[in-house]
Design a protein around this ligand. Structure first.
Ligand SMILES: [Zn+2]
Length: 433
């Protein structure tokens, strides 16, 4: 029989909660009701929020004893999301929604992002309550809908319409951090302390419409292609903030490299698979992702469009936009289609100390390193309520598993023993923080 954490993660994977974007999704209400019923079994009362039909989030508050906390009455949010990105079964070696167990791992869409953590959160709270204990502070357990499309029908809606759910909360713990990577034989847990800002822009080039056989200097497609190539090939420099400076220094130590002699990029690349993930978290990125131009092979169109996904460090959005403008020249129009804030939280303070200390108890040999997530999570929405969010889904993973590479990838899988480890680490943290 599967251990409870794995069994719950498996049940969750079997709910197809695909978020297709543009407001379309399925399964979120069923998954929220499943989790809500589980929380009620623990004696907690639940609050459901429907941002729209089928877009259900669920919350429960575990009351804290506040013993020994003095004047500190702050609550902690522990949140996950139930939705997943689409999975094409043709690309997977297993059915992505079957929740198969093989090779000591649980497979399926969401095994990594983030039904693993959803189950660990529940297991940690269940362990505390079943033992008759009480966490020191109030813990608000929440499962959001619509994280995978920016939280419009999830965290964004709940923060705007039901902020009372988070009354008293000042800090949060959630996903995309806390798992281990192995570099040079040393295990390190990546604690997510920040999230990059995002700016999605559309480039429009205009030219002269003409027959495809003409000599044409003013060709919109040519001009657009030049701008796209410039942004796509741009070598953005490593940005040394408090977070990334610490990260690079610590990785240099682990790799035995001298940061005064070797560039940050070389240090990061020397880590192997982990480097692919870390590189994007150290610098601005400007990736072309969509192109639209033309309608017939022998017609030069009068306009062409490209869509660029820009991720910057928090607060640098406007400076980067100005640089983008300079790089591609004045002739290309730039339209901002979407933007969201970044987060940059300190790698210090009581909660960080508690997370680092709990890892030290459960995996004494390992180190904990801060990093800036290149993507975003529901912590962005919660920050509007003054809640400081970290990514800490603790998983002790085998060295050869490229865990970061499986977010939104194929064959998502998580070791069964890592789920048990995560449940215990979270349980200790929640009980003692
Ligand atoms: Zn996620």
């Amino acid at each position: 029989m599967l251990e409870e954490t794995a069994a719950i993660a498996q049940d969750l994977i079997r709910f197809n909660t695909t978020n297709y974007g543009e407001g379309k999704s399925e399964g979120e209400t069923e998954a929220a009701e499943y989790l809500g019923a589980k929380l009620e079994e623990l004696g907690l009362s639940t609050t459901y929020v429907d941002a729209a039909p089928g877009r259900t989030s669920v919350f429960a508050r575990v009351p804290g004893s506040y013993e020994g906390l003095g004047d500190d009455r702050s609550a902690l949010v522990l949140h996950g999301h139930t939705d997943v990105v689409p999975a094409d079964p043709a690309n997977w070696t297993v059915d992505p929604f079957a929740g198969e167990v093989k090779d000591g791992m649980l497979w399926g869409r969401g095994a990594v992002d983030m039904k693993d953590m959803d189950a660990m959160m529940y297991g940690a709270v269940a362990d505390i309550l079943r033992s008759g204990k009480q966490p020191r502070r109030d813990i608000i357990v929440g499962y959001f809908s619509d994280e995978e499309n920016g939280g419009v029908f999830g965290s964004g809606y709940v923060v705007d319409n039901n902020p009372e759910i988070f009354a008293g909360a000042t800090e949060a713990i959630s996903e995309v951090g806390g798992y281990s990577i192995t570099m040079n034989g040393e295990r390190a847990y990546l604690l997510q302390t920040g999230e990059k800002a995002l700016i999605w822009i559309k480039l429009t080039a205009r030219g002269t419409a003409a027959h495809g056989s003409r000599v044409m200097e003013n060709n919109a497609v040519t001009k657009l292609a030049e701008a796209v190539a410039i942004l796509g090939r741009q070598q953005w420099p490593v940005r040394l903030s408090d977070t990334t400076e610490t990260l690079v220094r610590e990785i240099a130590r682990i790799m035995g490299a001298d940061p005064t002699q070797v560039s940050p990029d070389e240090i990061i690349l020397s880590t192997g698979t982990a480097g692919g993930f870390i590189r994007g978290s150290l610098r601005t990125t400007t990736n072309p992702t969509l192109l639209k131009a033309g309608y017939k092979h022998n017609v030069i169109p009068d306009s062409a469009e490209a869509f660029i996904d820009i991720r910057t460090f928090p607060g640098e959005e406007d400076a980067i936009l100005a640089q983008v403008r300079e790089l591609i020249g004045d002739e290309i129009e730039i339209t901002i289609t979407h933007r969201d804030i970044g987060l940059d939280n300190p790698f210090e303070g009581k909660l960080v100390d508690a997370m680092v200390g709990t890892i030290a108890t459960h995996d004494p040999e390992a180190s904990v390193l801060p990093y800036m997530l290149s993507g975003g999570t529901d912590n962005k929405a919660l920050s509007k309520l003054g809640i400081t969010g970290y990514g800490f889904a603790p998983l002790k993973l085998p060295a050869e598993l490229d865990f970061p590479g499986m977010f939104h990838g194929v064959d998502e899988r998580v070791p069964l023993d890592a789920l048990v480890f995560g449940r215990r680490v979270l349980g200790d943290l929640l009980l003692n923080y």
